[in-house]
Design a protein around this ligand. Structure first.
Ligand SMILES: [Zn+2]
Ligand SMILES: [Zn+2]
Length: 293
């Protein structure tokens, strides 16, 4: 088992360019993506780029939490080094990768204009979804979280309604907001299997559930199989992102279509990274923690 590579949402300056690299030079301000698909295999040719065997193999060396890092040739040649627009901060650029993940999730859901959406989990991902859906101009946006401070964050980020997931009236409130149907889409922006299990009661007949949060390996959820069948519920997972969505995220940021830096609650220097992890782990205290050099 290879240890996970930590830190993959990275922006900074190019310090040195490989001898065969064209189009980039020292001093360029860039964001980099750690994984790239091959674009030629069975999965890539069918549009399932994040399922490409090469995808998880490419990575930053040694990782994103470093003063200097090397970007593999394959990442450079496949377009995973993004030049930053003038005036875009590194902090904003570092949010392009997670935002790309959310854009891909919305693509996979195939959200229609007037669709209503419930977002379970109002952490950084859930809040990014709120802002993206607002930017795309979809219908009702409701969010829930078990942590009250995050429910308040959801309201601040522009939901129509936000509830504590522990609220016993939650089910009724979601139904009331959708003429008794349930929402068109549920985005499970939490890896907790309880959140996945809860999602089935909020989605309308024929509706879609996006599995976006990363569940712990080996975790199991249960659902009423007959109800899923009769009600034709669609379960759609979305794992990671590619250059395409990251580029779109950067463009949305550059044009002001989306603004996300206000979710940064803490900033830590690289030398205090253990403390940064501790803060990030405390969901009552923090939302997004930025580590800088
Ligand atoms: Zn491939
Ligand atoms: Zn990420």
């Amino acid at each position: 088992v290879t240890p996970p590579v930590l830190g993959h949402e990275v922006a900074g300056d190019i310090e040195e360019v490989g001898s065969d690299v064209r189009g980039y030079s020292k001093g360029d301000r860039v964001a980099v993506h750690h994984h790239v698909p091959c674009h030629t295999c069975y999965y890539c040719l069918r549009g399932d780029h994040t399922l490409c065997q090469e995808f998880p193999k490419s990575n930053l060396d040694p990782c994103g939490f470093a003063e200097y890092l090397r970007v593999p040739e394959t990442n450079v040649s496949k377009g995973a080094v993004f030049r930053l627009p003038d005036g875009m901060s590194y902090e904003e650029a570092a949010l392009a990768e997670p935002t790309g993940c959310c854009i891909r999730g919305i693509d996979r859901l195939g959200i229609q204009n007037e669709d209503s959406t419930l977002i379970i989990g109002a952490g950084p991902a859930g809040l990014t979804y709120v802002r993206l859906l607002r930017a795309f101009g979809t219908g009702l946006i409701v969010a829930t979280d078990v942590i009250e401070s995050r429910v308040r964050w959801a309201r601040k980020f522009g939901t129509d309604q936000a509830f504590n997931a522990a609220d016993t009236n939650l089910h009724r409130q979601v139904l009331d907001a959708t003429e008794g149907r349930g929402v068109d889409n549920v985005i499970v922006a939490s890896g907790n299997v309880k959140a996945i299990e809860a999602s089935f009661q909020f989605v309308r007949k024929g509706g879609k559930i996006l599995l976006f949060g990363i569940p712990p390996e080996g975790s199991v959820f249960s659902c009423d199989a007959s109800s899923v069948f009769i009600r034709e519920i669609k379960l759609i997972p979305s794992y990671s992102t590619t250059e395409n969505e990251i580029q779109r995220a950067l463009e949305m940021m550059e044009t002001g279509m989306i603004r996300l830096t206000d979710m940064i609650t803490h900033r830590s220097h690289l030398s205090e990274i253990a403390e940064a992890f501790r803060i990030a782990d405390d969901a009552r205290l923090s939302l997004k923690v930025m580590v800088h050099e």
